[in-house]
Design a protein around this ligand. Sequence first.
Ligand SMILES: *Cc1c(COP(=O)(O)O)cnc(C)c1O
Length: 496
Amino acid sequence: MFYNSTRNSSIKVTSAEAITQGISAEGGLFVPESIPSISLDEVKKLGGMSYADRAAYVFAKYLTDFTDAEIHYCTDNAYSTKNFETESISELAHLFDGTYMLELWHGPTCAFKDMALQILPYFLTTSAKKINLDKKIVILVATSGDTGKAALEGFKDVEGTQIMVFYPEHGVSPMQKRQMKTQEGGNVGVCALKGNFDDCQNGVKEIFTNEDVKAQLSSGGKMFSSANSINWGRLVPQIVYYISAYADLVRSEEIALGDKINIVVPTGNFGNILAAYYAKHMGIPVNKLICASNINNVLTDFIKTGVYDRNRRFYATCSPSMDILISSNLERLLYLMTGRNDEVIKDWFGKLSSEGKYEVSDDIKQKLAEEFYGGFCDDSETKATISEIYKKYSYTCDTHTAVAVKVYEDYKRETGDTTKTLIASTASPYKFSASVLEAMEGAVSELDEYAMVDRLAELSDIPVPSALADLKTKPERFNDSIEKASMREYVLSHLL
Ligand SMILES: *Cc1c(COP(=O)(O)O)cnc(C)c1O
């Protein structure tokens, strides 16, 4: 299996090269040259395997330049109870009639990003070895809150790597901020940016592709790679859990082998839902992919109209990991939907960066409508949903997951579709205690963030994740906060 760039289809690299480079030199994203298939028989067999073995099975179809031993080295290290609080790594919870929560937050940072970022450092260091790279790998991360911490935990003290994370100063929850400021490890750096997530992402992208910066790093024996979901090594682990969840639903006889399911994904950068799209096109029977957004509803409009327009107000919401106006991974979807037309992609994404807007062709609009349903809700609806499902089902969910539940309810009402449905549950409610408590108790809590965690533990069935319980006593190590304009200088002075 080789990988092409979305902006130059003639570029052809191995998975080890795609993973170490992160992004293609001309700014395109790497995609596998074809989508491998998985048969229903294979899916059924996966049901009898551990999560690590399921992952290895799927990876063998994508990372064909890795040996079996290399793949198992990665999966066994990443997906064990050393890093995850449950044996099955991801958990399925039956919420209500035909609706299942796919809990992806039992890892060390309590968000679904761990599913990919626990394994990415192993993919990266293994890839570097395979292509005889003698440079230290420098990871730059732009985060809307969860990626940054998950990447820091994944890379801390991994030999041959160094990591620096930028987050929007006022765009993350207090708990997320504490998690990053207290990060341990000798090869880590964390800095706040006076701007929003898109500013962080644009800044990182600019530094990443800047020839001058690259040359300076290279002479210091270092090179950039990316832990954002533009890196294929972030996406491929996410395909696994959709296949794995389908296998579990069959095994527990909730569905019959071959039955279609809907998948609902609370979406920001379009990485997680793109992984569901890949799972579908590999052969998992999927009816609709439901793309749920908060009030930053650029994707809802895009799915409905075919016009992507980021020229709009940016809102800070109670689901901050979805406060995004540029969904990078949409580029991969459109590349596939246009029949891998790199010229069209260059045109649209050129317009996105010059005018903030592009419109897709009519046949793409039709394909989008066939595969996806897009919906959104605001903060008050998000909180009302948390309260409602707590009262009705005694289930506590976080703000991002609640957006997905609300949009799914709208979808069901609109379409009358009764297909069984998997909802991606992307964070532990404890990570967003303030908003979750406010929703459950009907008033803004006066408690500090740790007392809130304790209060939530009294109300909810879900035990407090040990990683969050430990935060209280950890010293803060990183307090820098800078302007957008000084990002490049900051990176160079800290990394060279
Ligand atoms: C990152 C994140 C999302 C959005 O996922 P994308 O892959 O960016 O679409 C949703 N919920 C939580 C909790 C997240 O951390």
